[in-house]
Design a binder for this molecule. Sequence first.
Ligand code: HEC
Ligand code: HEC
Length: 361
Amino acid sequence: MRGAETKTMMQRVNQIALLGALSGVSLLAGCRQDMHDQPKFYPQRGTAFYVDGRSVRPQVANTVGRNQLHDDSYFYTGLIAGKEGEGLPFPVTLQVLAKGQERYNVYCTPCHSRVGNGAGMIVQRGYSPAGNFQGGRLRAVGLGHFFNVMTNGYGSMPDYAAQLTPADRWAVAAYIRALQLSQSAQRSDVPSGVDVKPIKSIAASEGLPESFGDDWDVATPAEMPGAAVPSSAPATSSAPAPAATTPAPAAGTTSSVTPVPVKPEKKEITVAEVKAGLAIYEKNCQVCHTAQLTGHPPTFPSLVGVVQRLGAEHVKNNVIHGAPPMPAFPQISTTELEQLVAFLTVPSKAGVATAPSTPRN
Ligand code: HEC
Ligand code: HEC
């Protein structure tokens, strides 16, 4: 379109028509199809380029991708003839354990905790209970099992193959064994001639508080999964170690972890209840806190995980009395309030996918 024509048009047509015409011009200008139509292979589609019609080329015979030979299959799988192996595929050194401790503290403590009892912070906030490494069964398994779990995931636990190289996964496995030993060491584990002192007397001589020598509060087998001892396996005592241990490499982990009841809700929440709660939410709350519960922080806080965060009573109070600038909702009945809380506890049961919560502080 020429400038002169456009000008005469401009005088005649109204603004909307002009907009349409202008965008037509710019569309035409952008309509070179060369990039789009370039010759290329489409995934899962054939091609006329190769005689066999396949766009995905078969591997060239007798070749191996660089650095992908993986001939040490135990190192890469943790399996020997399809079974999880016992030991480490390379020698354990202090360096390996230190690396394992560092990686473990980064990737595993959020769920398994620093002492490996499965009561990490995420679990305390409502995630499925993670395996208790101090339980009988997981004390008895070979290191190949830990490697395998990290490589492929286990039940509701995601895999860590992308985050941890195979060597790091083995280092973490070795460190987990050290963590286990730190809770069950016997005098006989200590080489003869080495002095073993009760930890309380070490605490006293180092001027540490008396509680330093207290046993770690490691969850009892009944409370944690992974602790179930299969009848065939020898039942190992899961009682915390006698106080006579030389500090293991795990000695940096002095925090005492109090296991928190993992299931906060007392009664089973039904899907019907949650669905009813969703309807109440949509009618009363969604306008400010959004359909995904994510709100518009900082003014309208996210309600993702709000029941786990503040407790059901707190949430009910907010609704009944309001929390200025949030209005009160006296019209919501007690039953409806329960349904609303049920929905806010497990929105996923009503099919509402929520983004992770961002606590306000
Ligand atoms: C996001 C939470 C989370 C993180 C992080 C996590 N795990 Fe787990 N882990 C779990 C859960 C949940 C289970 C229990 C899974 C089940 O039984 O369905 C579990 C179970 C296990 C088990 C027990 C498997 C069995 O035989 O019962 C091992 C071993 C394990 N995890 C190792 C690790 C290691 C090593 C790391 C760090 C690299 C790690 N986990 C990080 C959540 C986690
Ligand atoms: C008119 C907008 C609006 C509506 C509608 C509304 N809220 Fe709120 N809500 C707010 C605001 C604003 C706050 C922050 C109050 C503050 O700063 O203390 C809030 C805070 C909350 C909190 C506290 C969150 C926290 O992290 O401290 C809860 C729980 C809550 N609302 C639940 C609800 C529920 C349930 C409904 C529906 C019955 C609802 N709200 C309806 C605006 C609203």
